[in-house]
Write a protein that binds this ligand. Sequence first.
Ligand code: SF4
Length: 370
Amino acid sequence: MAAVNLLNLDREALTAWFETLGEKPFRARQVMRWIHRRGAADFGAMSDVARSLREKLAQQATIAAAPVLRSGTSSDGTRKWLLGVGAGDAVETVYIPEDDRATLCISTQAGCAVNCRFCATGMQGFSRNLSTAEIIGQLWMAEHELRPAAAGAAGEAATRAISNVVFMGMGEPLQNYDAVLPALRLMLDDDAYGLSRRRVTVSTSGMVPMMDKLARDCPVALAVSLHAPTDALRSELVPLNKKYPLGELMGACRRYLQHSPRDFITFEYVLIAGVNDADRQARELLQRVADVSCKINLIPFNPFPGSKLRRPDAQRVRDFAAILTEGGVVTTVRRTRGDDIDAACGQLAGRVLDRTTARLGARHALAVPS
Ligand code: SF4
């Protein structure tokens, strides 16, 4: 019988599995705290768990995240891990420290089926969904690797290294909903990571039905990859738009706001020279989002091999942003982080793999909403 990977189980699932072992719910809670709060990977270390249970767990269970293939730290403190997920695939996790927060950007799929035109992940195609263990394992690994340094910097009081999580790495999270949902629940659970809903952001390219489902099941902060103000252009850039056009998407955003822990949606907009960066398009964008409480995060396109698209110059980005700001929408421009370790957006996992020379270019890798 294959061992059960406990990283796949949220509180409810872990409690149910413990019941099958004849163990009480409080034992599941105890083990959950050891795994997620203390980073234990070894049942033998769980000193307040009965020896008989520890032995049972050692025989029937495991605690296994995706292995780290390589990692690096940038001069600006950005840290990146490349994780092997089998069959030559790799995904990545990026840690982005800032003055007032420390954000972990995580992946949910190996590759992506949405196939956005400006994204090298899309060009690379879709391999598979990550499991819950592979998703929460990114936080588990990073939190416990970084916590000793965080405690050193902040004294004994530091109990957490990562304050925010964004689902903006490789993949479309809402196309892997069944694995993402338990991972979200663990992030929010006080016996695991205890993150506030406002500090966990799911980013979607516009999976309208799943946005409604997320609002019901586990509302967290939401970012939507918009990238164009009109259906004609958005359908070219984000093919999913043909299925869920902008009218439906904006409706889903308004519905989401009724449940959201934040009173705004973050719209991500990759600025591509000569494609979606004209003044006229900024004004159309203002009209498009007029009925949705939002912030807009502009992401100057990061070119990658094989893409014919170009990055606008800095003045064009400023002018576009100014129109939005003058129109009354809080607008930020993403700063590039981690350049020297290939952790900037568009320079991620795929690059180091033999299997493909395509670079992972998730639009959202370092687009951290404020
Ligand atoms: S931008 Fe996001 S949704 Fe689109 S192909 Fe890339 S990873 Fe997938």
